[in-house]
Design a binder for this molecule. Structure first.
Ligand code: RUB
Length: 298
């Protein structure tokens, strides 16, 4: 199972930053269960090497790295059997608690008659939209196709299946869609110490447009997507994927850039919706040290 999870993350069969983190919990649990009869020292060596391999599966995923850090937090060769088990349970609980809390808080931002613009496919955003629908609110979603991998189709299909009214736009039509929207709701792959949000390419551009037309932008995210590396001045690494995704039989010699994530500057973000509440991006980062000290420890 461990090797399959590694492949599924690398080959994008696991989609969305939070699902990548949840898959890492499963993978480490698998290593733990298979090595339970080994000595504590051997178990620790296997778990540490599994952690390194998982960390390297995707570059722009602090939720993955924070989750792995949490799983091994205060674990040593004397306590690993109990402590790792306990951390696996706590991390699993963290995500299930946060998922429903974020859905509830985020749904309050959606009113009867609202038009919500979204981009790409974020499981966090989907949970918010479905929670608003379950509250009986009547609203509409505008979403973009999200080239080159068309994650917008996953969003559109899921919304149709949930009985939520949705209109699908090509990416280049986003300006027209945003002008008519009441709010923009993105997911996030990372939040930096300056309060900038990293999300699917296009998100930064769309947020600037939204700002111009006074449409508030919210990023919905589990707070474990904060990147502690950015505290030390490291820039967020923006993943670049295979150029075949953009153009399979492109003319030989053509240079294609396929950077898949982009920074949404904090000035364009009205609020970060997470399990700790809704905060302005800069205040959100300040709250985190209080809630999750493990993230800031080496
Ligand atoms: C997905 C994407 C999502 C975030 C948040 O990009 O940018 O908005 O990962 O998702 P890709 P979630 O499909 O290229 O990984 O809210 O599910 O964590």
């Amino acid at each position: 199972m461990f090797e399959k999870i590694i492949r599924d993350i690398q080959e994008l069969r696991v989609q969305g930053a939070e699902n990548v983190a949840k898959a890492a919990i499963k993978a480490l649990r698998d290593v733990y269960l298979k090595k339970l009869s080994a000595t504590e020292n051997d178990l620790l060596l296997s778990v540490v090497s599994a952690k390194k391999r998982l960390e390297n599966t995707r570059p722009t995923e602090p939720a993955l790295r924070n989750t792995l850090k949490f799983l091994l937090y205060q674990v040593n060769e004397h306590n690993i059997k109990n402590k790792l088990k306990q951390n696996i349970e706590l991390a699993t609980k963290h995500f299930s608690f946060s998922d429903s809390k974020i859905a509830k808080i985020g749904a309050n931002k959606i009113q009867n008659g609202s038009v919500v613009f979204t981009h790409c496919h974020s499981n966090t955003v989907m949970r918010i939209l479905k929670a608003a629908k379950n509250q009986g609110k009547k609203f509409e979603v505008y979403n973009t196709e999200t080239r080159p991998n068309y994650q917008g189709r996953i969003t559109a299909k899921e919304l149709v299946d949930a009985g939520i009214k949705v209109t699908y736009f090509v990416d280049a039509a986003a300006k027209n869609a945003i002008k008519k929207a009441d709010l923009v709701l993105f997911g996030a792959d990372a939040i930096t110490t300056e309060g900038n949000v990293v999300n699917k390419i296009g998100s930064g551009l769309f947020a600037e447009f939204a700002d111009k037309y006074d449409v508030p932008v919210y990023a919905a995210t589990n707070s474990w997507k904060f990147d502690p590396k950015s505290v030390f001045g490291f820039d967020e690494v923006l993943e670049e994927r295979n150029k075949n995704e953009v153009w399979k039989d492109a003319p030989k010699g053509l240079k294609i850039k396929n950077v898949v994530f982009e920074l949404v500057e904090s000035v364009h973000v009205q609020g970060v919706i997470s399990e700790v509440g809704i905060y302005k991006p800069e205040s959100f980062v300040m709250e985190l040290e209080r809630f999750y000290p493990f993230m800031f420890k080496n």
